[in-house]
Design a protein around this ligand. Structure first.
Ligand code: GDP
Ligand code: MG
Length: 455
């Protein structure tokens, strides 16, 4: 299709969208609101837009998005046999130990095999169950070679007895070889209940003797117990020469809500390079408003890029829009939003089972269509509905895109398509996030939550 021939701004000077686009030359966007794009790629889009070559700009946007999809994230979970590695992986993936696809527990680790657990919907994110460390035939450096050290983005070292020499030596070796590790003490529920036994029902210390009273407070205080375990472990790791050791205390059953589970998740996110944050976030189950907010924020960064990509060479004319749009890109994007926010029949069914409530109770307040309801026809309908809103809100919308895209409204072929798809994607994303929040609220009402990180 000869789309570039339509891109003459002289044919378009009187269009209200063009006028608004020009008027908002001052519009600008904070850097942190942009997705991770190299300067070279950004400059290519800028140059194409400045030349009025929308097809080239859209092709570049599609290429960037396709590259994003190729980004892989590999997380290694290691530790001694029986420390709780497989349990941790199941908890991360939101699976009960008996569920199909769950890692098997209590397995004697006799081989050096690494078992991959790709996320069912986002297969570019894989958690690896590594063989147990600490067998006499296996020193940390040979172990790391055998498990293909280079393959992983970072390591999670599980230790069930606070601190073991094997786990600590492995941590040191991983750090020496230049990768990040997180030291996770599992089964903290057992530590807490063992400690509680030292106190009577009123919470007063029963234990006698110097060893018991020196390190413990007279009144039971769970936070102090956790702090003591964490600090003790961090001190021992530091003594071994490990720089800035961070220790996380977790329990398999309350993984994403209790103890250091939420902090662990937050730390992963903070540490991941920006190009991998979205991949990781997409895989997280919505266990808190904070996770929801982060998912929305990260997806929002890509809306303008997707809108631009949908104006590409494979766009087809939409009569009600008087322009052409690549509907397939929009269908994929809306489905991605639904899946990221758990708005699919499968995810909702699973959540209902986890919290022991009828699905209908959770889905009652949902306003956006679910994953399986997103079709080409629905997208065309939504686009048609979005035209008015896009025109009315254009100055505001333009504040949410990089400044150099401002003139795009003056390209006749994109005059309606770009702002309309932008308006549609933005609104759908916001509505889906609101729906997910309502679902979360209903799921949590009146329950002690046992939900999971991995949706
Ligand atoms: N109480 C408690 N038990 C756990 C926890 N994590 C794992 N376990 C138990 O520890 C045992 C070994 O766990 P597994 O995941 O098979 O360890 P792996 O050999 O390192 O993979 C199993 O009986 C688990 O149920 C936890 O957080 N709390
Ligand atoms: Mg195991």
């Amino acid at each position: 299709m000869e789309r570039d021939s339509l891109c003459s701004s002289s044919r378009f000077t009187g269009h209200p969208l063009a006028a608004a686009a020009m008027a908002s030359a001052e519009a600008h966007l904070e850097v942190e609101a942009l997705p991770h794009i190299s300067d070279g790629d950004m400059n290519e889009i800028r140059a194409a837009v400045e030349k009025g070559d929308l097809t080239a700009a859209a092709t570049k946007a599609q290429e960037i998005l396709a590259n994003e999809e190729q980004i892989q994230l590999h997380i290694a979970v290691t530790g001694e046999s029986g420390s709780g590695k497989s349990s941790f992986i199941n908890a991360m993936r939101g699976l009960q130990d008996h569920e199909e696809g769950a890692a098997e527990l209590g397995v004697m680790e006799t081989t050096m095999e690494c078992s991959p657990y790709p996320h069912p919907q986002h297969s570019h994110v894989t958690v690896w169950d590594l063989p147990g460390i600490g067998t006499p035939s296996c020193t940390p450096d040979t172990y790391l070679k055998q498990v293909h050290f280079d393959h992983y983005d970072f390591f999670i070292i599980i230790s069930s007895s606070h601190f073991t020499q094997n786990a600590a030596t492995l941590a040191k070796e991983i750090q020496a070889q230049g990768k990040r590790f997180y030291f996770v003490c599992s089964k903290v529920d057992q530590d807490v209940s063992n400690e509680r036994r030292l106190y009577n029902e009123e919470g007063v210390l029963k234990a006698k003797g110097k060893q018991a009273t020196e390190t413990r407070s007279q009144r039971y205080d769970e936070m102090a117990v956790l702090l003591r375990i964490r600090q003790d472990c961090e001190r021992k790791l530091a003594r071994l020469g490990i720089r800035s050791p961070q220790v996380f205390l977790v329990c398999r059953d309350d993984f994403s809500m209790k103890y250091d589970g939420p902090r662990l998740l937050q730390t992963f996110l903070d540490d991941l390079p920006s190009e991998k944050k979205l991949s990781f976030l997409q895989c997280l189950a919505i266990t808190s408003r904070e996770v929801l907010r982060k998912k929305k924020e990260e997806l929002m960064k890509y809306v303008w890029l997707k809108s631009l990509a949908s104006c590409g060479a494979s766009a087809v004319p939409i009569p009600s829009l008087s322009t052409a749009v690549d509907i397939a890109i929009l269908v994929t994007s809306l489905k991605e939003y639904c899946r990221t926010f758990g708005l699919s029949e499968e995810s909702l069914q699973k959540l209902a089972e986890q919290v022991n409530k009828p699905v209908k109770e959770l889905t009652d307040g949902i306003k956006t269509p679910l994953d399986h309801e997103i079709t080409k026809d629905l997208v065309i309908k939504l686009l048609t509905k979005s035209i008015g809103g896009a025109a009315k809100n254009l100055p505001f919308l333009l504040k949410s895109i990089p400044t150099f895209l401002g003139p795009i409204g003056s390209l006749v072929s994109a005059a309606m398509a770009f702002p309309t798809t932008f308006f549609l994607l933005r609104n759908f994303l916001s509505d889906a996030a609101d729906d997910a929040e309502r679902v979360l609220q209903k799921a949590l009402e009146g329950t002690t939550q046992k939900s999971h990180l991995w949706s």
